[in-house]
Design a protein around this ligand. Structure first.
Ligand code: RFL
Ligand code: PHB
Length: 408
């Protein structure tokens, strides 16, 4: 970081700092970007509203695509992921009382890895702090200004109560769907594309050994269920519920009973049950803003787009965005050329829209839409039978799920 200077503003002490890239948000997008930039000697400062402990414990995604795993391993933050991550050959689709394995390795030669998002976050924070890179946790009052100039600024209050101004050449808006970066862009400069779904996911983390060997998506007359895991001892399980579902309505017994009913197999199936360690309800939404840039502000990850979690794409898209952004910034700071920065939004959006389609398609195929008639149900079953019996259709699912190459 460049040396901080002290200035006096309206009687209060304001610390002015300089950096090349101000990164707002220490989720996967912000932390991977900071990691990639630091490796090429680009100075950056990360600002995070929550505490370190909070971001390291926030239970979210679990499936890493092949390109995400490759990027983390190739850039030196994949040691624990390789040791503790569960490498899976594919996924299972469960319907008609039977399991249908989609073996991605056999279909397209690529696997996926189950490794919790908070573990990725922990690994990245550890790497950043070990490299002496600044991360300001528990910041408040983040305000962006000068985005349409060459000297944007981010004002914030540090966790220590000190008012600070961060002067940068570029701001990376990695602050998620509810952050401040996207709303800092004048609305006439952004076009919003959006879908809400008439259901949500109730998710639990349980101290119970997973029974099924792969992540299993179940289509049933009672609604969708998903059986995933975090380790050989910890299960991650989800149930489709109403969009405004109250958690209180779901005592543990009801959750286990409903999961077992939706995951039933003709040959018999029962989950291992155990203490519920964490629970929450997630609403389902598709959302994209175009372009992913305004002046010197570049939006990445959930700040720019949201997918319903059925395709396991959200975190992977966040990593893909910042891989593209890091390459563009590297060129910009090395040569002053803006061509890659100018192409950032378009390049990301091609891949984003492919993932949006895949996530919407998986969601539509697997969930019970309230009020759906027999025609819609027959269409869903026809599609499920097709993707599990046609090599061509199975390959298409495998290619999308395991992750398309960056820039495609
Ligand atoms: P994040 O992770 O939301 O990080 C944004 C960070 O910005 C901070 N922040 C601010 N910091 C400073 N100032 C402000 N004003 C700020 N406002 C916010 C926040 O505290 C936070 O730390 O966004 P990012 O980095 O773009 O990463 C996106 C992913 O987190 C998200 O897409 C995934 O979790 C989505 N997702 C899944 N993605 C996958 O790739 N595979 C999966 O299997 C998968 N499963 C899931 C999911 C998301 C889920 N939920 C809970 C939404 C399953 C679920 C249930
Ligand atoms: C998870 O393990 O949390 C998970 C797996 C697959 C999904 C979403 C979440 O599609």
């Amino acid at each position: 970081m460049f040396p901080a200077a002290a200035a006096v503003k309206k009687g209060a002490r304001v610390e002015v700092m300089r950096t090349q890239v101000a990164i707002v948000g220490a989720g996967p997008a912000g932390l991977v970007l900071a990691h990639l930039l630091s490796r090429t000697g680009i100075d950056c400062v990360v600002l995070e509203a929550r505490s370190q402990q909070y971001v390291e414990q926030r239970v979210r995604a679990g499936v890493l695509e092949h390109p995400t795993v490759q990027l983390l391993c190739d850039t030196g933050v994949g040691r624990r992921l390789q040791e503790e991550g569960l490498s899976h050959r594919g996924i299972r689709l469960r319907f008609d009382g039977a399991d249908h394995l989609l073996d991605f390795v056999a279909l397209i030669g690529r696997s996926i890895t189950v490794y919790g998002q908070q573990e990725v976050v922990k690994d990245l924070i550890e790497a950043r702090l070990a490299a002496g890179g600044p991360v300001f946790f528990e910041v408040g009052g983040v305000r962006l200004s000068g985005l349409d100039t060459d000297e944007p600024e981010v004002a914030f209050t540090g966790g220590d109560g000190v008012e600070r101004i961060l002067r940068a050449e570029v701001v990376a808006g990695c602050d998620g769907f509810h952050g401040v970066c996207r709303p800092s862009v004048p609305t006439r400069h952004l076009q919003v594309f959006e879908r809400e779904y008439p259901f949500a996911w109730l998710g639990i983390l349980a101290k119970a050994a997973p029974v099924q060997p792969e992540v299993t998506y179940a289509y049933s007359d009672r609604g969708f269920a998903l059986a995933s895991m975090r380790s050989t001892e910890i299960s991650r399980l989800y149930l489709q519920v109403g969009p405004d579902e109250a958690l209180d309505a779901w005592p543990d017994d009801r959750i286990w009973e409903e999961l077992n009913a939706r995951l039933a197999l003709d040959a018999g199936f029962a989950l291992n049950e155990g203490p519920v360690l964490e629970r929450g309800v997630t609403t389902m939404r598709s959302f994209v803003v175009e372009p992913m840039r305004y002046g010197r502000l570049f939006l990445a990850g959930d700040a720019a787009h949201i997918v319903p979690p059925t395709g396991a794409k959200g975190m992977n898209l966040a990593v893909a965005d910042v891989a593209v952004l890091a390459e563009a910034l590297e060129r910009f700071f090395a040569t002053g050329a803006t061509d890659l920065l100018d192409g950032y939004s378009e390049r990301c959006l091609r891949r984003v829209w492919r993932a949006e389609h895949f996530s919407w398609w998986m969601t539509s195929m697997l969930h019970l839409t309230p009020g759906a008639d027999a025609f819609e149900r027959r269409l869903q079953l026809a599609q499920l039978r097709y993707v599990t019996s046609s090599q061509a259709a199975a390959k298409s699912l495998a290619e999308n799920y395991s992750g398309l190459p960056y820039g495609s």
